[in-house]
Design a protein around this ligand. Structure first.
Ligand code: ADP
Length: 441
């Protein structure tokens, strides 16, 4: 009988097989060890912070990074404050791959305005901050959808050496400050973009309330009402009443409806979300969703509300041009909304209140209706002295007398004063230019 153990050890094929097996196992162990070692090193040496796209700081950090990226390139090029080696690394790793974010708006007259913002694109970037290199990894997960915006889920991950972990809070703080400073003293206009609100253009300088001249006490009345509403959240909450308030400003065109809402937002430190109900592709669901997700501290403005539902004639005549799919009942539902404790302030404007369905402007949907009409003598005098100075109060009276009994809008007055910007007397002398002989009051 053959001894099995001596057969195995003596047989050259078997021993070579065992040898190979041993080498293979050794390599596998080494590889695993190296992987574990790398993992351990990464865990010990690196630290990262993930910011998901639904987090508020996401856009702040992206905007901050785009500014930072430009600075890093400048620093890398000039070499200021960083070593030769760091400069080499910075130049080697900066991909300079940017993505563009465009805000776009088509105006009623057909013209289009656009605004571009450069933000870091998908992939990995490296930037230099406070003496440290930080890797930014912007990734999109096409399989996951952000429920709020219905956009693909994205994350930005910042990675750096763990000894520098405090840098993350510095970055977040700086990004937030940068975002807030951009809007300080400014009003952000949001427009709808698919199912979400996006800032349109750069934040605008606040319009002063005093620059919109309404009839005696009108402006103060609305401001007091809104302030009272804003400061009484608990009162609504305690009584289980939906915390919302609707305002309707109505009256002829050019009476300052839109300007007043802008000035009011500036006065309150609020932003404005403008929604055009005739917008292409707007559906009941989207409208409802948009009203629910309006940014905090913002006034929602539905302009020319009559135009969207005064389409009976248009629908048959130009069905092909019908764009919006919002139904009247859809609008009522959206205004009524689900009872939520979030504050909601809606302003609607119209030039034709008589065309509005009473259901739309009943209390609960519209709590306060304010008429802004053509210029009254009080407004005429006030606008005159605001343009030319209080020393022209007498001329202001003369001017108001000359226009007495005629319908002149405050927008027309503004145009007239701009034409005669250098002469108060000339403005009075040419007051007749404002009078349309066919339409005396
Ligand atoms: P509306 O929304 O009522 O049609 P706008 O607010 O768009 O009117 O006003 C058009 C222009 O006329 C703006 O440039 C605005 O500055 C000016 N204007 C209109 N009404 C007033 C007002 N009451 N006080 C100051 N400016 C006014």
């Amino acid at each position: 009988m053959v001894d099995l153990s001596s057969f195995l050890t003596d047989n050259p094929y078997f021993s070579a097989g065992f040898g190979l097996l041993g080498v293979g196992a050794g390599v596998a162990v080494l590889r695993q060890g190296a992987r574990r070692g790398a993992d351990l090193m990464r865990r010990q040496l690196l630290v990262s912070m993930e910011i998901p796209s639904h987090d508020k700081s996401y856009q702040w950090v992206l905007a901050w990074l785009s500014r930072r990226g430009a600075e890093t390139i400048r620093v890398a090029d000039s070499g200021a404050n960083i070593s030769w080696m760091h400069r080499r690394i910075a130049k080697a790793v900066l991909p300079r791959h940017m993505a563009v974010q465009t805000s776009y708006k088509q105006h009623d007259n057909g013209s289009v305005s656009t605004n571009f913002t450069m933000v870091p694109g998908q992939g990995k970037h490296v930037f230099y901050f406070d003496g440290t290199f930080i890797q930014v990894d912007r990734q999109r997960n096409a399989k996951m959808i952000d429920i709020q915006s219905a956009a693909p889920f994205e994350t930005v991950t910042l990675t750096t050496l763990s000894r520098d972990r405090r840098i993350f809070s510095d970055i977040l703080a700086e990004a937030r400050e940068h975002a807030l400073a951009q809007n300080e003293g400014r009003t952000v206009l949001y427009t709808s973009f698919g199912p979400e609100w996006r800032p349109f253009g750069l934040p605008r300088k606040r319009r002063l309330l005093e620059s919109v001249i309404l009839d005696r006490g009108v402006s103060e009345g609305i401001v007091d009402d809104v302030r009272d509403f804003i400061s009484n959240g608990k009162w609504y909450d305690d009584r289980g009443i939906p915390y919302r308030r609707g305002y309707l400003l109505y009256g002829p065109p050019g009476s300052g409806k839109t300007s007043f809402i802008q000035a009011l937002a500036g006065e309150l430190g609020y932003n404005i979300c403008i929604l055009n109900l005739s917008e292409r592709g707007l559906t009941d669901d989207r409208l409802n969703h948009l009203l629910t997700v309006a940014p905090e501290r913002s006034l929602v403005l539905l302009e020319d509300i009559d135009a969207a539902f005064n389409r009976g004639r248009q629908q048959s005549e130009q069905a092909a041009y019908q764009q919006s799919m919002v139904t009247f009942s859809g609008l009522l539902n959206a205004l009524d909304g689900v009872a939520s404790s979030d504050e909601r302030i809606i302003f609607m404007t119209t030039n034709h209140i008589e065309r509005l369905d009473p259901a739309l402007i009943r209390p609960g949907r519209v709590d306060t209706k304010v008429y802004l009409g053509n210029a009254t003598p009080h407004q005429i005098c006030k606008m005159f002295t605001r343009f030319y100075g209080n020393e022209y109060a007498n001329l202001a009276q003369q001017f108001a007398c000359a226009l007495e009994g005629y319908s002149v809008s405050t927008a027309q007055l503004q145009g007239h004063f701009v034409v005669h910007k250098r002469g108060a007397q000339a403005a009075v002398d040419h007051a007749s230019a404002l009078i349309d002989p066919h339409t005396p009051q």
